[in-house]
Design a protein around this ligand. Structure first.
Ligand SMILES: Cc1cc2nc3c(=O)[nH]c(=O)nc-3n(C[C@H](O)[C@H](O)[C@H](O)COP(=O)(O)OP(=O)(O)OC[C@H]3O[C@@H](n4cnc5c(N)ncnc54)[C@H](O)[C@@H]3O)c2cc1C
Length: 119
């Protein structure tokens, strides 16, 4: 149980790091590509974490007697509302291909090198 909780915490903190990085990127608004990556990761992470939370509750996790089933259901909104995970991946991949380094063929490398200069 502790290992499961630790794995959940690692994923949550990783998501928090990406989210904060996106939040402070850009001049007036967050960098859209970083924001998209943060939304994709945090949403999919929350689905994994709440699904594991349902699992550790056993059968009770499936019932409405505990709020955990509602938390799990609630995470599904994030992959649909405000840009689906697929359309956000399209956005990120367009940026990566736009920045493709034709000489070396390394997709997205230049973008990620540039983005590291943000902060
Ligand atoms: C709880 C909730 C609240 C919402 N609130 C709002 C709101 O306040 N304002 C608002 O405007 N909308 C809102 N929406 C609508 C939401 O933005 C849409 O559900 C979402 O854009 C997906 O559109 P769709 O449901 O028509 O699915 P479709 O467009 O039919 O997509 C179905 C699936 O195909 C994928 N897909 C579609 N096009 C592509 C593509 N080009 N490449 C790859 N995959 C693709 C999608 O990612 C999805 O998985 C809300 C939705 C929910 C569930």
């Amino acid at each position: 149980m502790r290992w499961k909780a630790v794995d959940m915490m690692i994923q949550i903190e990783a998501g928090r790091g990406l989210l904060y990085r996106a939040a402070v990127s850009g001049k007036q608004f967050p960098d859209p590509t970083l924001a998209a990556m943060a939304k994709i990761y945090c949403n999919e992470m929350s689905i994994r974490v709440t699904s594991e939370a349902v699992q550790v509750h056993g059968g009770y996790g499936f019932t409405d007697e505990f709020p955990v089933s509602r938390y799990f259901r609630g995470t599904r909104y994030g992959s649909l509302g405000g840009g689906t995970s697929e359309t956000l991946r399209n956005l990120v991949s367009r940026k990566m291909v736009d920045q493709m380094d034709l000489a070396s063929g390394v997709i997205g490398l230049r973008y990620f090198l540039n983005i590291n200069k943000i902060k």
